[in-house]
Design a protein around this ligand. Structure first.
Ligand code: ASP
Length: 290
């Protein structure tokens, strides 16, 4: 048993490799510091994801891909492996950190709020609403203008996620995204869906996924991978089996991070790249890859 944390910054044809690697490294350090201070797995997941939502390198929060209408429209979910509490949001356009809103939903009587209703809930709970323009990074506005003429070839990359195991053995997982590049307004992928983008259960482990959301949703990938931990002590083996299932069953592409209740971590992807960083009590220093 030991504390552990793993983050990802999306899987796909990542163009800005250095920025992604640096961003996941910083987020892992922030989450790790929170865990080491004795805070909960949920707090660590939230802190690490907020760091990536605020980093324009990633397709989450500020820097999200714009949808066809030129709007940032975001989805997020967070899950507490203690009692299987979930908080999720979809289609929010006026919240700087959707994962913080998902956390407030987790703490409420609800599990999932969307669009205007989610924003109204945010306002009631003291989360400031921002103008959508303030979430549109200049690089993304430029890309969106290109996409109007030539729709993007590779649709994803840059969603963020995190799993943490804390001192008390509690496991939490979360995922946040601006969704696929140039998506149709109102389109929602796997990221906010419990069991698809995010899953955590103290009895087995936690998972966060990224990639082609429609395919990931069909195989309920995060739950599939956590269930695979029951038969595979090594999370790398369970992650690999999950990605093979995604590819073989529905022809999907993507990546997954996984942690078991012993604080062992694993990941797998079938895309050209995946950005991730991890640390546990054995390694003690952050290992980042992209
Ligand atoms: N899975 C996300 C979605 O479909 C996108 C991604 O992870 O790149 O919205």
């Amino acid at each position: 048993m030991g504390i552990a944390l793993i983050v990802h910054g999306g899987a796909g044809e990542i163009e800005t490799v250095q920025a992604h690697r640096r961003g996941v490294e910083i987020a892992a350090q922030i989450g790790w510091d929170v865990l080491r201070d004795g805070a909960s797995a949920l707090d660590a997941v939230q802190a690490a994801i907020i760091a990536m939502e605020d980093d324009p390198a990633f397709d989450a929060g500020f820097g999200s891909f714009l949808n066809r209408d030129g709007i940032v429209e975001m989805d997020a979910s967070i899950m507490d492996g203690r009692g299987l509490d979930v908080g999720a949001v979809a289609g929010v356009t006026r919240v700087k950190n959707p994962i913080a809103l998902a956390r407030r939903i987790l703490e409420s009587e609800h599990t999932f709020l969307i669009a205007r209703g989610a924003e109204e809930f945010a306002r009631e709970r003291g989360i400031a609403l921002v103008e959508n323009e303030t979430l549109r990074a200049p690089e993304q506005i430029a890309k969106w203008k290109e996409w109007l003429a030539h729709p993007p070839r590779a649709p994803g990359g840059g969603t963020v996620g995190c799993i943490a195991v804390d001192r008390d053995g509690n496991i939490a997982a979360g995922t946040s995204t601006g969704g696929m590049k140039f998506k149709r307004a109102g389109r929602v992928g796997d990221s906010p869906l419990v069991g698809c983008g995010t899953f955590a259960d103290n009895l087995l482990g936690g998972a966060s996924t990224t990639g082609w959301g429609e395919a990931i949703t069909r195989v309920v990938l995060a739950k599939f991978a956590v269930d695979a931990l029951a038969n595979h002590r090594d999370p790398n083996a369970a992650a690999q089996i999950a990605i093979e299932h995604l590819a073989n069953r529905v022809g999907g592409t993507g990546g997954i991070i996984l942690a078991n209740r012993d604080g062992q971590i694993g990941f797998a992807f079938n895309t050209p790249r995946m950005a991730l960083a991890f640390v546990n009590e054995q390694s003690r220093s952050i290992i980042a890859e992209c």
